[in-house]
Ligand binder design. Structure first.
Ligand code: GLC
Ligand code: GLC
Length: 814
């Protein structure tokens, strides 16, 4: 069953039923000011950091699930009936309800009682504000008198404190209202120089800033007393819960359409110009007023929308493809790329599943995310890399997370996740391959943000690699530390007390438990850093990395191979995990996916064996599960993984993030059919028809789909912010379609399904547009390339020597 449809032409998903199984959301904002918006206008906004600069309030895990948002109410001032065109909060039976989630904007609307209303929500480029354009049309034969109300609830900035510290917060709320603009200035009197505002383009018929005055006592958002009565009360908030509510009266002739623009924004004043007049307690509004005035003008708002549209056309235009499979095209050209940008901006901080207060930007996560977004925003990727590297520790280890606002490592979580450092090598390598911009390696970057500790970025990569060499276990495999990619395989934790964090509790000295997954990652990262060293003319150093890689491959072969597949790990007792010897958890996806992705065992047949075992034991029709058999009880020596019921999350759930490792592994064996088949099983667009089972948005990946051991097999959870976005994008684009960035040019090596006659693609790469046509003449993966009609050797297309800005590449597969 579907709840809407893809409008590929407009790059939109159109939801036609408001009661989707879960809130289906979208993101607003590209750079600093962000919002989350659901298909019924739920969600919130923040400036840079969803915890420390939360602008509007939202209550996670509410009933109903999604409540609090950017709500509009319309009231027929004659019949006195009122409703919400976005369905929530009043939930009327609307005609023609649609929610169009597009690239950086959402339009929600419907018709009720002959009155059509749509609101377009978006954040203009380069501004710290959001625009709501509300359009109301009278389809009645008679004149209509309508009151339009728009409403938000302010958060008192720190979202964590806002949700917990009521003895203080019920007293601090402050607002100002001037020229019809509502200013939220809680804590502005003391240590903040920022405030929020909510403005309206039409002369107001009233406003409210105190929640209780707006709602009335003992009422909720579905039935505000003021909306019911048809008149706001001009309340001024003193403490309690500041809100922003505007009322506009519209007299609409039959057929007449009117537009009202609302602007919700964030502004910072220079510290020495906070107050006007100086010495008073009144906000200095001189700097913000022109901005507000500009965007309340519908023409300016339209122009800003057009600039946003162009931005996305440009951003997505870097890579476009046309294959025989619509789901591939749609995800690669539109939604998967768009989701990669969301993970770039949010990492894992703010979604409808990540509350924005728990986690900052993950070191491992953000480095991997680079694989999916570096081609769209290379200069911002560079900044991200430098920020990440600055949270690396002098040991080469890394803070697991950092706060986007302060860019400081998060002490609560600390470091000791032994895979972390290698992801920096993977991320930097992706950047170099994309841009060819080698100067980044010479950028001075501090350790632990300590001034004076700056070393070239390259030094950070060297320490990342050494980190593992200094932490090898009894078998010569890398010690796992607190966890590797699988945050829930906690082999040094042994937690027996409720409430202990599996990630930060460490009861063992960590000298025994080893990870075959990190060994695979070490091999991959080792190849990358060796190629980088070679490129920098450091041949001896490059050779030393390759020697360590060869040694590690030998160790994997001796101690990381279980006979039919790669082992997963050794526990603190030196016992095997992910072995046929185990009662549960005999085979895991991570080590098998990553080792084959890294090319381990491709020559000696181990990779083929391992992936055949994955197909036999782990693959399901909804994707590939993490391990089998699922853990049916808690194992203290394994930690969080066995805390999940069978089939969920890391305990045999389909963790979509790691499925692409197997897809890439299959391409390394030349299996295009199976690789694309795996790709399609978790492709959200290909799952659209089963939206009632899948439940999450059909336009973006979810972190997890419940595995075959779960009662809800096939149900997705935790959509949007997941490494799945980058890895699936990378797998389909660079390995299945095979349009791959390399240090020396663009490599073309498709491993596509046998039934495909070929495909075409355009790729802008280092300033040159490559028009690529792949034609299948035989069933294999051998490719013969011609550039501008001239056959070339090998499969790497080097940048045109003569400075041409557009070239055609023709590939014949046989
Ligand atoms: C979450 C984390 C990621 C981790 C994965 C597996 O997605 O963000 O860092 O690798 O879970 O535990
Ligand atoms: C939980 C989740 C895991 C995530 C981790 C992050 O353990 O199950 O997916 O990576 O939290 O801290």
């Amino acid at each position: 069953m579907k709840f809407g449809y893809f409008d590929d032409q407009n790059r939109e998903y159109v939801i036609t039923q408001p009661d989707t199984p879960l809130p289906w959301i979208n993101y607003l904002g590209c750079e600093a000011y962000f919002g989350i918006i659901s298909n019924t206008a739920g969600g919130y906004s923040f400036y840079r950091d969803a915890r420390l600069r939360r602008i509007t309030r939202y209550r996670y895990n509410n009933v109903p699930l999604d409540f609090g948002g950017r709500y509009v109410y319309l009231r027929d001032d004659e019949s006195k009936e009122f409703w919400s065109p976005s369905w929530q909060p009043t939930r009327h039976d609307l005609k023609d309800y649609t929610c169009r989630h597009g690239m950086g904007y959402t339009v929600i609307g419907s018709e009720y009682a002959g009155i059509e209303a749509h609101t377009r929500y978006f954040v203009p480029l380069d501004e710290n504000l959001e625009i709501w354009q509300l359009t109301v049309t009278n389809h009645r034969a008679a004149k209509a008198s309508i009151s339009a109300f728009a409403n938000i609830e302010f958060c008192l900035w720190d979202a964590q404190d806002d949700a917990t510290n009521f003895q203080r917060n019920f007293n601090t709320g402050q607002v100002e209202v001037e020229d019809g603009v509502i200013y939220h200035k809680t804590e502005y009197r003391e240590r903040r120089n920022h405030f929020a505002y909510f403005a309206c383009s039409q002369p107001g018929a009233g406003f409210d800033t105190q929640r209780e005055a707006f709602l009335g006592r003992n009422r909720g958002w579905d039935k505000p007393a003021t909306v019911e009565a048809g008149q706001l009360t001009n309340s001024i908030a003193h403490g309690w819960s500041p809100i922003g509510a505007h009322q506009v009266k519209l007299e609409l002739e039959p057929g007449e359409t009117r537009q009202i623009v609302f602007v919700l924004g964030y502004h910072e004043n220079p510290v020495d110009q906070k107050f006007d007049p100086p010495g008073s307690q009144t906000i200095n509004k001189k700097l913000v007023k022109p901005v507000i005035a500009k965007y309340l003008d519908a023409k300016e708002a339209d122009a800003a929308f057009e600039r946003l549209r162009q931005y996305w056309v440009r951003t997505l235009g870097v890579f476009q493809v046309n294959t025989p499979d619509i789901h591939t095209n749609r995800m690669v050209n539109i939604w998967n790329a768009y989701q990669c940008m969301a993970t770039f901006n949010m990492s894992r901080s703010a979604s409808f599943y990540e509350s924005g207060i728990g986690r900052g930007l993950g070191f491992r996560d953000s480095n991997q995310d680079l694989l999916g977004f570096v081609h769209m925003v290379p200069s911002r990727a560079r900044e991200r890399i430098l920020d990440l590297a600055a949270t690396q520790l002098p040991t080469g280890g890394a803070y697991h997370q950092y706060q986007p606002l302060t860019k400081r490592g998060n002490n609560d979580i600390g470091g000791g996740f032994n895979d972390d450092p290698h992801w920096l090598i993977v991320g930097v390598s992706a950047y170099l391959k994309e841009t060819g911009n080698w100067s980044i390696l010479d950028e001075p970057v501090p350790y632990d943000n300590e001034p004076g500790s700056e070393k070239p970025l390259y030094d950070h990569l060297q320490r990342s690699f050494r980190y593992t060499l200094e932490r090898l276990g009894p078998h010569g495999l890398p010690l796992i530390g607190r966890a590797d990619w699988n945050d829930c395989l906690n082999l040094n934790c042994f937690s027996d007390t409720p409430g202990q964090s599996f990630q930060t509790t460490t009861n063992k000295d960590g000298k025994v438990a080893e990870s075959v997954f990190i060994a695979g990652l070490f091999v991959l990262a080792g190849h990358e850093i060796a190629a980088i060293a070679q490129h920098r003319g450091l041949a001896t150093e490059a050779a030393s990395y390759l020697a360590e890689v060869a040694k590690m491959e030998q160790v994997i072969s001796e101690h990381g191979w279980d006979g039919e597949w790669f082992l997963r790990a050794y526990n603190d007792f030196g016992g095997k995990i992910g072995s046929n010897e185990c009662a549960e958890g005999k085979i895991y996806i991570e080590s098998n996916g990553f080792c084959t992705l890294a090319g381990i065992g491709v020559e000696d047949g181990k990779a083929a064996k391992a992936l055949a075992a994955v197909a036999e034991h782990l693959a399901t029709k909804h994707g590939i599960v993490v391990q089998q058999p699922a853990y049916t009880r808690y194992y203290i020596e394994m930690g969080e993984i066995s805390s999940y019921p069978p089939g969920y999350k890391e305990n045999a759930g389909i963790f979509c993030h790691v499925n692409p490792w197997v897809m890439i592994g299959e391409t390394r064996l030349g299996h295009g059919d199976l690789a694309h088949d795996y790709y399609s099983r978790i492709n959200p667009s290909a799952r659209e028809e089963i939206s009632d089972l899948h439940r999450c948005e059909p336009y973006v990946y979810a972190q997890m789909i419940a595995g075959k051991d779960a009662p809800t097999f096939g149900e997705a959870k935790n959509s949007w912010l997941t490494g799945t976005a980058a890895w699936n994008y990378y797998a389909i684009v660079q390995w299945i379609l095979g349009i791959r960035t390399a240090l020396d040019g663009l490599e073309i090596a498709p491993v596509i399904p046998k039934s495909w006659p070929g495909f075409t693609a355009t790729r802008t790469f280092r300033g040159v547009v490559y028009n690529i046509t792949i034609e299948r003449k035989g069933e294999g993966n051998h490719i013969a390339l011609a550039v501008d009609g001239k056959p070339i050797e090998g499969n790497i297309v080097a940048p045109p020597a003569d400075g041409r800005k557009e070239v055609s590449v023709k590939g014949i597969l046989s």
